[in-house]
Design a protein around this ligand. Structure first.
Ligand SMILES: Cc1ncc(COP(=O)(O)O)c(C=O)c1O
Length: 364
């Protein structure tokens, strides 16, 4: 295998990756159409999804179609509500395989969830047409796409409902939103979000944490880490999605909320775009060394959270490559910790499992 030569890697790291992006505060973000309108604030996107599904009157026994290439924490709101997840494999290029999705629809199927992977826009037009044809709600999972745009529109404002995990894009303790974008749905459904007070939130958190801790105790000895599914450190990964997930009851931190609302959008956006350009130059060089791009270009307005590259050689050598990057100060990681049933059924969800092992992600 041809590695990127160490000197080149050191230079690239210094030139393109090492930077301290300014966040830029002062001007209110609160006036933006992303954070105003029918927006509800939460600590985590999975909590936003829970309330989003309640808002849509999705109930126990109903089904929601979810791509198999997804993080396992997505399961906790479904478990909490007794809603079934019907997983399906995507295409290799992370676009929806509509024929496969169609074959999974039953009379209990109420919605299709699709992810704006890493902050890249999804094929919204086709998804919307598909959902209209089959009378499904479109849940836009924009966990990764805070402040990313598509044709001038914020990601997170396009599905019937959208969830955005703001905490992933900013240095804050927590913070996520649910946005109800479909006005007709908003008017028709009169769901009242229960107000979660700090004290209640804390009590529920402690109670659920203890339940979670004792339930998951048996699993703590299993070992895994972010970059492998089979070894190192404690495995809270799978136990996290055991019911109840304590995170579902945490209230958004009030200082966090002030930080988000006082962010200067323009500066933040420009800085992120600059980082995108820098990392992109780095990526172009890596393409000469056994990697290829999953996304051919970064569309105008897109601010990815990370850029995935496809490793062209043997999968088992990936760990070695990862360590090599890390040694030269280049952060790279696998994504995600797949849901348990996707890992177990790796023939059925072959693409999700292969993408998990073949893609290396570079954060922006
Ligand atoms: C695609 C996707 N959706 C939803 C979530 C849930 O976000 P949160 O951790 O804020 O609940 C995550 C990540 O954790 C994710 O990667």
């Amino acid at each position: 295998m041809e590695y990127v030569p160490p000197n080149l890697l050191k230079n690239l790291q210094r030139k393109h990756l090492f930077h301290s992006g300014e966040l830029g505060f002062t001007q209110s973000i609160g006036n933006s159409d992303l954070l105003s309108g029918n927006v509800y604030w939460f600590a985590y996107a999975r909590q936003a999804l829970l309330h989003g599904m309640r808002f849509l009157k999705i109930k126990k026994g109903d089904k929601v179609l979810v791509p198999a290439y997804i993080c396992n924490v997505i399961e906790s709101p479904f478990k909490e509500m007794g809603v079934e997840i019907e997983y399906f494999d995507s295409n290799w290029d992370l676009t929806p395989d509509f024929n496969l999705i169609e074959s999974k629809i039953t009379k209990n199927t109420k919605a299709l969830l699709w992810v704006n992977y890493f902050g890249f826009p999804a094929p919204f037009k086709q998804i919307k047409e598909f959902c209209d044809k089959h009378n499904l709600f479109f849940i836009e999972d924009n966990a990764h796409g805070f402040l990313s745009k598509y044709q001038g529109k914020w990601l997170g404002t396009i599905g019937d409902i959208s969830i955005t995990s703001i905490r992933k894009s900013l240095p804050i303790v927590n913070g996520a939103i649910l946005r109800i974008n479909n006005k007709a749905i908003f008017q028709k459904h009169s769901y009242q979000l229960e107000k979660l007070h700090h004290a209640d939130s804390l009590i529920k958190y402690v109670r659920n944490y203890l339940l979670w801790y004792f339930k998951s105790k048996g699993m703590i000895n299993k070992r895994s880490d972010r970059n492998s599914q089979d070894h190192v450190v404690y495995d809270f990964g799978n136990s996290l999605v055991q019911f109840p997930d304590p995170i579902l009851d945490i209230r958004i931190n009030s200082i966090t909320l002030i930080i988000i609302k006082s962010l200067n959008y323009e500066i933040f956006y420009l800085n992120r775009r600059r980082s995108v350009e820098r990392v992109n130059k780095f990526i172009k060089i890596l393409e000469k060394y056994s990697f290829s791009s999953l996304f051919n270009n970064i569309p105008k307005g897109t601010i990815p959270l990370q850029i995935p590259l496809i490793w062209q050689e043997e999968e088992k050598r990936m760990k070695e490559v990862l360590r090599y990057f890390n040694r030269y100060g280049v952060e790279a990681f696998y994504w995600p910790d797949l849901p348990d049933c996707v890992v177990r059924n790796n023939q059925k969800y072959q693409i999700a499992n292969r993408l998990r092992n073949k893609l290396l992600h570079f954060p922006i």
